[in-house]
Write a protein that binds this ligand. Structure first.
Ligand code: CS2
Ligand code: MG
Length: 402
């Protein structure tokens, strides 16, 4: 029997910080899993290195479900982003190994293609409305069929969601940048530029918008109503989701579809959102929601309630997650859309392979396993570089939701 011989935790920062788990079997087969938790990377690295790696050595790499149950139930402590990201890395690496052993791409092990390709959306943004409109035009020219639009709110320096360099990366500073926030200004401004996007470019593509947990339920209801004529594909994270029940109020006021889940990490965190049909898209992802095995469970529950998938795919999720996500996306019946922002050039020096983009669609690699490889030599050029996400403060100085 093949056994797990080695499990290494690899930390590198090619453009941004990534934590990767590499499992090697006694037969010399390797598998990769992403373990990146933005701004809290080393907590997961330690969880893996200090607590999970010793449990993996000598185990049968083929027993993916058993390993998942062992690590989740065996820990006593339940859920939470650090635990679920660490378990996700192990699970993803084991699926990669299973694919390589079988000589098949992972999506074939998940039931094969349920569609021809994976619809993606990317991020258009601007410091002002003309800059946003130019950016939307650029993504239209690149063939995107779905575009997220965000513009900086006038008078609020550094509002979220706006790209400053080549790639959108909010975790930009060695200590958290503190950014001002005004809900009133946002609520007055955001619907106007979403309408301008539709006026200029029409309705022949999907338009998305991320509210980033910034509104109360009744404010979110007002926002959703105000943008109904823009026919958004979704409004994302209109309010924080710790209280799943809060979405009922939003729902009762607006037909603008709702997407939630990028900050949530287990099926129980989205259970009521799904079973009460309080959302339309679930944004949980491979890396933060327990890996391919657990994400499939969430998506199967969602399918029963006509909730579609819309996995988080920001740059702080490594190319290993993107590769795994596309294998899942192409094989599940209730796929909706996949976020895809691209990566910094340095990132491609470390992670080779992965899905291919053409005309608004991603296709999974046809290589056995996930189809992504890690370049140790290149990774060494990019040492860990601690970065924090910003913190939002209302104009009266109190902390707001980011
Ligand atoms: C965002 C992310 O992609 C998204 O929808 O909400 O950019 C988010 O801010 C980061 O992934 C946080 O790590
Ligand atoms: Mg988001």
């Amino acid at each position: 029997m093949s056994t797990i011989e080695r499990a290494e935790v690899l930390v590198t920062s090619p453009g941004r910080n990534y934590v990767t788990l590499r499992i090697t079997t006694s037969d010399g087969v390797t598998g990769l899993g992403d373990a990146t938790l933005n701004g809290r990377e080393l907590a997961v690295a330690s969880y893996l290195r200090d607590h999970l790696v010793p449990l993996l050595i000598g185990r049968d790499p083929a027993r993916i479900e058993d390993t998942w149950q062992y690590l989740y139930r065996g820990a006593y402590w339940r859920r939470g982003p650090v635990t679920m990201t660490a378990i996700a890395a192990v699970d993803t690496a084991l699926w990669d190994i299973k694919g390589k052993v079988a000589g098949l791409p992972v999506y074939q092990l998940l039931g094969g293609r349920a569609r021809d390709g994976v619809l993606v959306y990317s991020h258009a943004s601007g410091e002002d409305v003309p800059a946003l409109l130019d950016d939307v035009a650029r993504f239209r020219d690149l063939g995107y069929r779905a575009i997220r639009a965000q513009a900086a709110v006038p008078g609020i320096a550094g509002s979220y969601g706006v790209r400053h360099g080549k790639v959108y990366e909010p975790a930009a500073t060695a200590l958290p940048d503190e950014q001002p926030w005004s809900t009133e200004d946002y609520l007055d401004f955001a619907p106007t530029y979403l309408r301008e996007v539709r006026e200029r470019f029409g309705f022949g593509f999907h338009l998305l918008h991320d509210v980033h947990h910034r509104l109360s339920p009744i404010e979110a209801a007002r926002f959703g109503k105000a943008v109904e004529d823009c026919r958004l594909f979704w409004m994302e994270d209109p309010t924080p989701a710790e209280n799943q029940e809060a979405f009922r109020l939003i729902r009762s006021h607006t037909t603008t579809p709702i997407a939630v889940g990028e900050a949530l990490s287990s099926i129980w965190d989205v259970q009521h959102l799904i079973t009460e049909q309080l959302i339309d898209y679930v944004r949980t992802t491979v890396v933060h929601a327990g890996g391919i095995s657990h994400l499939r469970r969430i998506f199967d529950l969602a399918a029963l309630y006509q909730v579609r998938t819309g996995s988080h795919g920001a740059t702080d999720l490594s190319p290993v997650t993107l590769a795994a996500a596309v294998h899942v996306d192409i094989s599940v019946p209730n796929f909706g859309i996949q976020e895809y922002m691209g990566y910094a050039d340095e990132t491609a020096e470390v992670f080779h392979g992965g899905p291919t983009y053409a005309g608004g669609i991603l296709l999974p690699s046809e290589e056995p396993g996930l189809g992504i490889e890690y370049d140790d030599e290149a990774a060494e050029k990019f040492p860990y570089d601690p970065r924090y996400l910003p913190v939002a403060r209302r104009l009266d100085g109190s902390v707001h939701d980011w």
